[in-house]
Design a protein around this ligand. Sequence first.
Ligand code: NAD
Length: 445
Amino acid sequence: MADKYMELVNTGFTKKLAKLLGLPRPPRLRRYGADTPLLPGPVLVLGQSPKAQQLSDTLISWDLDVRRHDAGDTKLGGIILLLDELTHPEQLSPLMLAAGKALRNLVPGARVVSFSRQALDSDKPAVAAVRQGIDGAIRSLGREMRGGATANGIVLQEGTEITSPSAIGALNFFLSGRSAYVDGQFLTVKTTDGELPEDFHKPLAGKVAVVTGAARGIGAAISRTLARDGAQVVVVDMPQAGESLAAVANEIGATTLQLDVTAKDAGQQIIDHAIKRHGSLDIVVHNAGITRDKLLANMDETRWDSVIAVNIASQLRMNEIFLAAKLPGLRIVSLASTSGIAGNRGQTNYAASKGGVIGMVHSSAKLFAAAGGSIAAVAPGFIETEMTAKIPLGTRTVARMVLPSLMQGGLPEDVAEAIAFLSSDAAAGLNGQVLRVCGQSLVGA
Ligand code: NAD
Protein backbone atom coordinates (compact mmCIF):
# COMPACT_ATOMS: atom_id res chain seq x y z
CA MET A 1 0.00 0.00 0.00
CA ALA A 2 2.86 2.38 0.86
CA ASP A 3 4.51 1.41 -2.44
CA LYS A 4 1.32 1.95 -4.42
CA TYR A 5 0.87 5.41 -2.95
CA MET A 6 4.49 6.30 -3.61
CA GLU A 7 4.19 5.09 -7.19
CA LEU A 8 1.06 7.20 -7.76
CA VAL A 9 2.39 10.44 -6.29
CA ASN A 10 5.72 10.14 -8.08
CA THR A 11 4.66 9.27 -11.65
CA GLY A 12 2.77 10.79 -14.56
CA PHE A 13 -0.58 12.49 -14.28
CA THR A 14 -1.19 11.43 -10.68
CA LYS A 15 2.10 13.10 -9.70
CA LYS A 16 0.80 16.40 -11.08
CA LEU A 17 -2.52 15.86 -9.35
CA ALA A 18 -0.84 15.10 -6.03
CA LYS A 19 1.24 18.27 -6.38
CA LEU A 20 -1.88 20.30 -7.16
CA LEU A 21 -3.75 18.89 -4.18
CA GLY A 22 -0.75 19.38 -1.90
CA LEU A 23 -0.69 15.67 -0.98
CA PRO A 24 2.44 14.46 0.80
CA ARG A 25 4.79 12.97 -1.78
CA PRO A 26 7.22 10.53 -0.15
CA PRO A 27 10.45 10.53 -2.14
CA ARG A 28 12.09 7.40 -3.51
CA LEU A 29 15.03 6.68 -1.26
CA ARG A 30 18.49 6.14 -2.70
CA ARG A 31 19.45 2.63 -1.61
CA TYR A 32 22.63 0.61 -2.08
CA GLY A 33 23.38 -0.99 -5.41
CA ALA A 34 26.67 -2.72 -6.27
CA ASP A 35 26.77 -0.86 -9.59
CA THR A 36 25.72 2.58 -8.40
CA PRO A 37 28.28 5.23 -7.38
CA LEU A 38 28.80 6.03 -3.71
CA LEU A 39 27.16 9.45 -4.20
CA PRO A 40 24.91 10.73 -7.00
CA GLY A 41 27.14 13.76 -7.66
CA PRO A 42 30.23 15.72 -6.52
CA VAL A 43 30.86 16.25 -2.82
CA LEU A 44 31.53 19.67 -1.29
CA VAL A 45 33.86 19.65 1.73
CA LEU A 46 33.40 22.71 3.93
CA GLY A 47 35.59 23.74 6.86
CA GLN A 48 39.09 23.21 8.13
CA SER A 49 40.57 20.31 9.98
CA PRO A 50 44.22 19.25 10.28
CA LYS A 51 43.49 16.04 8.37
CA ALA A 52 41.24 17.62 5.73
CA GLN A 53 43.64 16.86 2.89
CA GLN A 54 43.91 13.20 3.88
CA LEU A 55 40.14 13.00 4.01
CA SER A 56 39.87 14.52 0.52
CA ASP A 57 42.38 11.94 -0.76
CA THR A 58 40.21 9.16 0.67
CA LEU A 59 37.13 10.63 -1.01
CA ILE A 60 39.00 10.79 -4.31
CA SER A 61 40.06 7.15 -3.87
CA TRP A 62 36.31 6.39 -3.68
CA ASP A 63 35.95 7.95 -7.15
CA LEU A 64 34.25 11.05 -5.81
CA ASP A 65 34.56 14.45 -7.44
CA VAL A 66 35.68 16.59 -4.45
CA ARG A 67 35.09 20.35 -4.24
CA ARG A 68 36.58 22.43 -1.44
CA HIS A 69 34.99 25.58 0.08
CA ASP A 70 32.60 26.54 -2.75
CA ALA A 71 31.05 24.54 -5.57
CA GLY A 72 29.37 27.48 -7.35
CA ASP A 73 26.26 26.26 -9.14
CA THR A 74 27.43 22.65 -9.51
CA LYS A 75 24.78 20.06 -8.68
CA LEU A 76 25.99 18.20 -5.59
CA GLY A 77 25.62 14.64 -4.33
CA GLY A 78 26.77 15.52 -0.85
CA ILE A 79 28.21 18.02 1.62
CA ILE A 80 30.76 17.17 4.31
CA LEU A 81 31.01 19.66 7.14
CA LEU A 82 34.27 19.68 9.08
CA LEU A 83 33.26 21.21 12.40
CA ASP A 84 35.67 19.38 14.70
CA GLU A 85 37.93 22.37 15.29
CA LEU A 86 35.27 24.84 16.42
CA THR A 87 35.57 26.29 19.92
CA HIS A 88 32.70 28.80 20.12
CA PRO A 89 29.10 28.86 18.80
CA GLU A 90 29.88 32.11 16.98
CA GLN A 91 32.19 30.19 14.64
CA LEU A 92 29.30 28.08 13.33
CA SER A 93 27.72 30.72 11.15
CA PRO A 94 30.03 30.85 8.08
CA LEU A 95 30.08 27.06 7.69
CA MET A 96 26.40 26.42 8.39
CA LEU A 97 25.36 29.26 6.10
CA ALA A 98 27.69 28.08 3.32
CA ALA A 99 26.11 24.63 3.68
CA GLY A 100 22.68 26.26 3.60
CA LYS A 101 23.51 27.96 0.30
CA ALA A 102 24.79 24.68 -1.18
CA LEU A 103 21.62 22.82 -0.14
CA ARG A 104 19.79 24.34 -3.11
CA ASN A 105 22.11 22.44 -5.42
CA LEU A 106 21.67 19.03 -3.82
CA VAL A 107 20.35 16.27 -6.07
CA PRO A 108 17.72 13.79 -4.79
CA GLY A 109 19.17 11.20 -2.42
CA ALA A 110 22.07 13.49 -1.45
CA ARG A 111 23.83 13.30 1.90
CA VAL A 112 25.08 15.82 4.42
CA VAL A 113 27.59 14.48 6.95
CA SER A 114 29.20 16.49 9.73
CA PHE A 115 32.33 15.79 11.74
CA SER A 116 32.42 17.24 15.24
CA ARG A 117 33.99 16.58 18.63
CA GLN A 118 32.15 15.12 21.59
CA ALA A 119 30.96 17.66 24.15
CA LEU A 120 32.38 16.83 27.57
CA ASP A 121 31.52 18.11 31.03
CA SER A 122 35.19 19.02 31.37
CA ASP A 123 35.10 21.25 28.26
CA LYS A 124 35.09 25.03 28.60
CA PRO A 125 31.44 26.17 28.41
CA ALA A 126 31.85 27.74 24.95
CA VAL A 127 33.52 24.60 23.60
CA ALA A 128 30.82 22.33 25.01
CA ALA A 129 28.19 24.74 23.69
CA VAL A 130 29.36 24.61 20.09
CA ARG A 131 29.89 20.84 20.19
CA GLN A 132 26.43 20.14 21.60
CA GLY A 133 24.95 22.82 19.35
CA ILE A 134 26.11 20.91 16.26
CA ASP A 135 24.02 17.97 17.43
CA GLY A 136 20.89 20.12 17.46
CA ALA A 137 21.71 21.79 14.14
CA ILE A 138 22.32 18.55 12.24
CA ARG A 139 19.24 16.83 13.67
CA SER A 140 17.19 19.85 12.60
CA LEU A 141 18.78 19.93 9.17
CA GLY A 142 17.79 16.27 8.73
CA ARG A 143 14.19 17.35 9.17
CA GLU A 144 14.57 20.05 6.51
CA MET A 145 16.04 17.83 3.78
CA ARG A 146 13.96 17.03 0.70
CA GLY A 147 14.06 14.45 -2.09
CA GLY A 148 15.16 11.57 0.15
CA ALA A 149 18.34 13.42 1.18
CA THR A 150 19.54 12.96 4.76
CA ALA A 151 21.84 14.63 7.32
CA ASN A 152 23.88 12.67 9.86
CA GLY A 153 26.97 13.27 11.95
CA ILE A 154 30.17 11.64 13.13
CA VAL A 155 31.31 12.59 16.62
CA LEU A 156 34.98 12.15 17.48
CA GLN A 157 36.06 11.24 20.99
CA GLU A 158 39.40 12.39 22.31
CA GLY A 159 42.30 10.65 20.56
CA THR A 160 40.39 9.97 17.35
CA GLU A 161 40.57 11.91 14.08
CA ILE A 162 38.43 12.38 11.01
CA THR A 163 40.75 9.83 9.38
CA SER A 164 40.46 7.13 12.10
CA PRO A 165 39.28 3.84 10.55
CA SER A 166 35.81 3.92 12.12
CA ALA A 167 35.37 7.60 11.21
CA ILE A 168 36.11 6.75 7.57
CA GLY A 169 33.92 3.63 7.80
CA ALA A 170 31.04 5.68 9.24
CA LEU A 171 31.51 8.34 6.54
CA ASN A 172 31.35 5.72 3.79
CA PHE A 173 28.19 4.26 5.39
CA PHE A 174 26.46 7.64 5.75
CA LEU A 175 27.33 8.76 2.19
CA SER A 176 26.26 5.47 0.63
CA GLY A 177 22.82 4.13 -0.19
CA ARG A 178 23.23 1.79 2.80
CA SER A 179 22.08 4.56 5.14
CA ALA A 180 18.91 5.43 3.16
CA TYR A 181 16.62 5.37 6.23
CA VAL A 182 19.13 6.73 8.78
CA ASP A 183 18.46 10.41 9.25
CA GLY A 184 19.43 12.93 11.93
CA GLN A 185 21.65 10.39 13.70
CA PHE A 186 25.17 10.41 15.12
CA LEU A 187 27.83 7.76 15.37
CA THR A 188 30.57 8.34 17.94
CA VAL A 189 34.08 7.20 17.12
CA LYS A 190 35.44 6.13 20.49
CA THR A 191 38.77 4.57 19.59
CA THR A 192 41.18 4.28 16.71
CA ASP A 193 40.36 0.54 16.50
CA GLY A 194 38.97 -0.86 13.29
CA GLU A 195 40.12 -1.93 9.91
CA LEU A 196 38.76 -0.71 6.60
CA PRO A 197 37.79 -3.38 4.09
CA GLU A 198 39.86 -3.96 0.99
CA ASP A 199 36.63 -3.86 -0.97
CA PHE A 200 33.77 -1.73 0.37
CA HIS A 201 31.34 -3.95 -1.54
CA LYS A 202 32.51 -7.06 0.35
CA PRO A 203 33.26 -5.81 3.88
CA LEU A 204 32.38 -9.16 5.47
CA ALA A 205 34.44 -11.40 3.21
CA GLY A 206 35.71 -14.45 5.12
CA LYS A 207 33.41 -13.90 8.14
CA VAL A 208 30.98 -16.42 9.62
CA ALA A 209 27.77 -14.73 10.76
CA VAL A 210 24.80 -16.12 12.71
CA VAL A 211 21.40 -14.42 12.45
CA THR A 212 18.58 -15.39 14.82
CA GLY A 213 14.93 -15.06 13.80
CA ALA A 214 16.07 -15.33 10.20
CA ALA A 215 13.06 -17.10 8.66
CA ARG A 216 11.26 -13.90 7.70
CA GLY A 217 11.03 -10.13 8.02
CA ILE A 218 14.06 -8.18 9.17
CA GLY A 219 16.03 -11.34 10.05
CA ALA A 220 15.72 -12.69 6.49
CA ALA A 221 16.80 -9.31 5.11
CA ILE A 222 19.81 -9.21 7.47
CA SER A 223 20.83 -12.69 6.34
CA ARG A 224 20.64 -11.69 2.66
CA THR A 225 22.61 -8.50 3.24
CA LEU A 226 25.38 -10.18 5.25
CA ALA A 227 25.68 -12.83 2.54
CA ARG A 228 25.76 -10.14 -0.16
CA ASP A 229 28.57 -8.44 1.79
CA GLY A 230 30.61 -11.63 1.67
CA ALA A 231 29.79 -13.48 4.92
CA GLN A 232 29.06 -17.19 5.27
CA VAL A 233 25.71 -17.07 7.07
CA VAL A 234 24.03 -19.42 9.55
CA VAL A 235 20.29 -18.79 9.77
CA VAL A 236 18.54 -19.61 13.04
CA ASP A 237 14.81 -19.79 13.81
CA MET A 238 12.18 -21.84 15.64
CA PRO A 239 11.56 -25.40 14.37
CA GLN A 240 8.01 -24.29 13.39
CA ALA A 241 9.54 -21.83 10.91
CA GLY A 242 11.74 -24.58 9.39
CA GLU A 243 10.32 -24.37 5.88
CA SER A 244 10.77 -20.63 5.42
CA LEU A 245 14.15 -20.85 7.14
CA ALA A 246 15.29 -23.43 4.58
CA ALA A 247 14.05 -21.19 1.76
CA VAL A 248 16.14 -18.25 3.03
CA ALA A 249 19.15 -20.55 3.47
CA ASN A 250 18.85 -21.95 -0.07
CA GLU A 251 18.65 -18.49 -1.53
CA ILE A 252 21.95 -17.33 0.03
CA GLY A 253 23.92 -20.53 0.53
CA ALA A 254 23.50 -20.43 4.33
CA THR A 255 23.31 -23.35 6.75
CA THR A 256 20.28 -23.66 9.03
CA LEU A 257 20.04 -24.17 12.76
CA GLN A 258 16.56 -24.81 14.16
CA LEU A 259 16.66 -23.44 17.65
CA ASP A 260 14.53 -21.63 20.21
CA VAL A 261 16.81 -18.82 21.40
CA THR A 262 15.34 -19.09 24.90
CA ALA A 263 16.85 -22.58 25.30
CA LYS A 264 19.47 -22.61 28.07
CA ASP A 265 22.14 -23.98 25.72
CA ALA A 266 21.25 -21.77 22.71
CA GLY A 267 24.61 -19.93 22.86
CA GLN A 268 26.57 -23.18 22.94
CA GLN A 269 24.52 -24.66 20.08
CA ILE A 270 25.31 -21.59 17.99
CA ILE A 271 29.05 -21.82 18.73
CA ASP A 272 29.12 -25.57 18.03
CA HIS A 273 27.27 -25.24 14.73
CA ALA A 274 29.36 -22.32 13.46
CA ILE A 275 32.70 -23.88 14.40
CA LYS A 276 31.86 -27.39 13.23
CA ARG A 277 30.32 -26.35 9.91
CA HIS A 278 32.29 -23.20 9.08
CA GLY A 279 35.42 -23.12 11.25
CA SER A 280 34.75 -19.90 13.20
CA LEU A 281 32.15 -17.57 14.68
CA ASP A 282 32.75 -13.90 13.89
CA ILE A 283 29.34 -12.19 14.00
CA VAL A 284 26.11 -12.83 15.91
CA VAL A 285 22.98 -10.81 15.15
CA HIS A 286 20.39 -11.08 17.94
CA ASN A 287 17.33 -10.40 15.83
CA ALA A 288 14.70 -12.91 17.08
CA GLY A 289 11.97 -10.93 18.78
CA ILE A 290 8.27 -10.94 19.55
CA THR A 291 5.56 -8.46 20.54
CA ARG A 292 2.67 -9.24 22.92
CA ASP A 293 1.10 -5.80 23.16
CA LYS A 294 -1.44 -4.86 25.88
CA LEU A 295 -1.97 -1.85 28.06
CA LEU A 296 -0.25 -2.53 31.36
CA ALA A 297 -3.63 -2.51 33.14
CA ASN A 298 -4.62 -5.55 31.04
CA MET A 299 -1.22 -7.24 30.87
CA ASP A 300 -0.93 -10.86 31.98
CA GLU A 301 2.12 -12.75 33.16
CA THR A 302 2.43 -14.87 30.00
CA ARG A 303 2.58 -11.86 27.70
CA TRP A 304 5.04 -9.99 29.88
CA ASP A 305 7.34 -12.93 30.56
CA SER A 306 7.47 -14.27 27.00
CA VAL A 307 8.57 -10.89 25.60
CA ILE A 308 11.30 -10.49 28.22
CA ALA A 309 12.42 -14.10 27.70
CA VAL A 310 12.79 -13.89 23.90
CA ASN A 311 13.84 -10.26 23.42
CA ILE A 312 16.40 -9.77 26.18
CA ALA A 313 16.91 -12.62 28.67
CA SER A 314 17.94 -15.00 25.86
CA GLN A 315 20.51 -12.47 24.57
CA LEU A 316 22.00 -11.93 28.03
CA ARG A 317 22.38 -15.69 28.48
CA MET A 318 23.87 -16.27 25.01
CA ASN A 319 26.30 -13.37 25.41
CA GLU A 320 27.61 -14.84 28.65
CA ILE A 321 28.35 -18.06 26.80
CA PHE A 322 30.02 -16.20 23.92
CA LEU A 323 32.17 -14.19 26.35
CA ALA A 324 33.18 -17.31 28.26
CA ALA A 325 34.23 -18.92 24.95
CA LYS A 326 36.60 -15.96 24.29
CA LEU A 327 35.93 -16.03 20.55
CA PRO A 328 38.51 -13.63 19.08
CA GLY A 329 37.10 -10.49 17.45
CA LEU A 330 33.47 -11.51 17.92
CA ARG A 331 31.04 -8.77 16.87
CA ILE A 332 27.52 -8.78 18.27
CA VAL A 333 24.73 -6.64 16.89
CA SER A 334 21.39 -6.65 18.65
CA LEU A 335 17.95 -5.41 17.67
CA ALA A 336 16.64 -2.67 19.94
CA SER A 337 13.70 -0.47 18.95
CA THR A 338 12.73 3.18 19.12
CA SER A 339 9.98 1.94 21.50
CA GLY A 340 12.76 1.19 23.96
CA ILE A 341 13.92 4.81 23.67
CA ALA A 342 10.73 6.85 23.44
CA GLY A 343 8.17 4.36 24.77
CA ASN A 344 5.06 3.25 22.93
CA ARG A 345 1.49 2.87 24.18
CA GLY A 346 0.61 -0.78 24.76
CA GLN A 347 4.25 -1.86 24.76
CA THR A 348 5.50 -1.64 28.36
CA ASN A 349 6.76 -5.23 28.14
CA TYR A 350 8.34 -4.77 24.70
CA ALA A 351 9.88 -1.40 25.59
CA ALA A 352 11.33 -2.91 28.79
CA SER A 353 12.95 -5.62 26.67
CA LYS A 354 14.26 -3.21 24.01
CA GLY A 355 15.42 -0.59 26.52
CA GLY A 356 17.07 -3.58 28.14
CA VAL A 357 18.98 -4.31 24.93
CA ILE A 358 20.34 -0.76 24.97
CA GLY A 359 21.49 -1.10 28.59
CA MET A 360 23.05 -4.48 27.82
CA VAL A 361 24.96 -3.08 24.83
CA HIS A 362 26.36 -0.11 26.77
CA SER A 363 27.52 -2.25 29.65
CA SER A 364 28.88 -5.14 27.55
CA ALA A 365 31.09 -3.02 25.27
CA LYS A 366 34.18 -3.33 27.46
CA LEU A 367 33.64 -7.06 27.97
CA PHE A 368 33.57 -7.81 24.23
CA ALA A 369 36.44 -5.38 23.53
CA ALA A 370 38.64 -7.44 25.86
CA ALA A 371 38.69 -10.21 23.24
CA GLY A 372 39.07 -7.74 20.36
CA GLY A 373 35.34 -7.78 19.66
CA SER A 374 32.46 -5.33 19.93
CA ILE A 375 28.75 -5.04 20.54
CA ALA A 376 26.25 -2.59 19.10
CA ALA A 377 22.53 -2.26 18.55
CA VAL A 378 20.27 -0.93 15.87
CA ALA A 379 17.00 0.66 16.93
CA PRO A 380 14.54 0.49 14.04
CA GLY A 381 11.57 2.81 13.95
CA PHE A 382 8.62 2.05 11.71
CA ILE A 383 9.68 -0.80 9.42
CA GLU A 384 7.23 -2.44 7.01
CA THR A 385 7.13 -6.12 8.11
CA GLU A 386 4.61 -8.73 9.25
CA MET A 387 5.15 -7.42 12.79
CA THR A 388 4.07 -3.88 11.91
CA ALA A 389 1.37 -5.15 9.52
CA LYS A 390 -0.54 -5.98 12.73
CA ILE A 391 -0.74 -2.26 13.59
CA PRO A 392 -4.19 -0.93 12.56
CA LEU A 393 -4.15 0.57 9.02
CA GLY A 394 -5.08 4.10 10.17
CA THR A 395 -2.25 4.25 12.71
CA ARG A 396 0.15 2.77 10.15
CA THR A 397 -0.74 5.37 7.52
CA VAL A 398 -0.40 8.23 10.00
CA ALA A 399 2.88 6.74 11.22
CA ARG A 400 4.26 6.89 7.67
CA MET A 401 3.06 10.40 6.90
CA VAL A 402 4.27 12.12 10.06
CA LEU A 403 7.85 11.12 9.31
CA PRO A 404 9.31 14.59 8.90
CA SER A 405 11.24 14.46 5.66
CA LEU A 406 11.17 10.91 4.31
CA MET A 407 7.38 10.40 4.77
CA GLN A 408 7.51 6.60 4.62
CA GLY A 409 8.24 3.54 6.70
CA GLY A 410 11.62 1.90 6.31
CA LEU A 411 12.25 -1.48 4.70
CA PRO A 412 13.81 -4.50 6.41
CA GLU A 413 16.80 -3.95 4.08
CA ASP A 414 17.42 -0.54 5.66
CA VAL A 415 17.84 -2.13 9.09
CA ALA A 416 19.95 -4.89 7.56
CA GLU A 417 22.37 -2.38 6.01
CA ALA A 418 23.04 -0.71 9.37
CA ILE A 419 23.59 -4.10 10.99
CA ALA A 420 25.97 -5.19 8.24
CA PHE A 421 27.99 -2.02 8.75
CA LEU A 422 28.09 -2.32 12.55
CA SER A 423 29.17 -5.95 12.31
CA SER A 424 32.10 -5.10 10.03
CA ASP A 425 35.68 -4.58 11.21
CA ALA A 426 35.46 -0.94 10.09
CA ALA A 427 33.01 -0.34 12.96
CA ALA A 428 35.24 -1.64 15.78
CA GLY A 429 35.84 1.91 17.04
CA LEU A 430 32.06 2.39 17.37
CA ASN A 431 31.81 -0.27 20.09
CA GLY A 432 28.82 0.10 22.44
CA GLN A 433 26.64 2.29 20.21
CA VAL A 434 22.99 2.25 19.37
CA LEU A 435 22.09 3.52 15.91
CA ARG A 436 18.51 4.48 15.12
CA VAL A 437 17.22 3.47 11.70
CA CYS A 438 13.97 5.35 11.90
CA GLY A 439 13.69 8.08 9.24
CA GLN A 440 13.80 10.49 12.21
CA SER A 441 10.57 9.16 13.66
CA LEU A 442 10.02 7.52 16.99
CA VAL A 443 6.96 5.52 15.94
CA GLY A 444 7.38 1.77 15.49
CA ALA A 445 7.20 -1.70 16.93
P1 NAD B 1 8.95 -10.96 12.65
O1 NAD B 1 7.89 -11.32 13.64
O2 NAD B 1 8.53 -10.75 11.23
O3 NAD B 1 10.13 -12.03 12.68
C1 NAD B 1 10.69 -12.46 13.89
C2 NAD B 1 11.35 -13.83 13.67
O4 NAD B 1 11.88 -14.26 14.93
C3 NAD B 1 10.35 -14.89 13.23
O5 NAD B 1 10.86 -15.63 12.15
C4 NAD B 1 10.19 -15.77 14.47
O6 NAD B 1 9.90 -17.14 14.17
C5 NAD B 1 11.55 -15.61 15.12
N1 NAD B 1 11.50 -15.94 16.55
C6 NAD B 1 10.60 -15.51 17.47
N2 NAD B 1 10.85 -16.07 18.66
C7 NAD B 1 11.94 -16.88 18.50
C8 NAD B 1 12.68 -17.74 19.37
N3 NAD B 1 12.32 -17.87 20.66
N4 NAD B 1 13.75 -18.40 18.87
C9 NAD B 1 14.10 -18.27 17.58
N5 NAD B 1 13.43 -17.48 16.71
C10 NAD B 1 12.36 -16.79 17.16
O7 NAD B 1 9.64 -9.64 13.25
P2 NAD B 1 10.41 -8.46 12.51
O8 NAD B 1 9.49 -7.33 12.29
O9 NAD B 1 11.20 -8.98 11.37
O10 NAD B 1 11.40 -8.01 13.70
C11 NAD B 1 12.70 -8.52 13.85
C12 NAD B 1 13.37 -7.81 15.01
O11 NAD B 1 13.36 -6.40 14.80
C13 NAD B 1 12.69 -8.04 16.35
O12 NAD B 1 13.67 -8.13 17.37
C14 NAD B 1 11.87 -6.78 16.52
O13 NAD B 1 11.59 -6.52 17.87
C15 NAD B 1 12.77 -5.75 15.91
N6 NAD B 1 12.08 -4.53 15.48
C16 NAD B 1 11.16 -4.55 14.48
C17 NAD B 1 10.55 -3.35 14.10
C18 NAD B 1 9.56 -3.27 12.97
O14 NAD B 1 9.07 -2.17 12.69
N7 NAD B 1 9.22 -4.36 12.32
C19 NAD B 1 10.86 -2.16 14.74
C20 NAD B 1 11.79 -2.20 15.78
C21 NAD B 1 12.40 -3.38 16.11
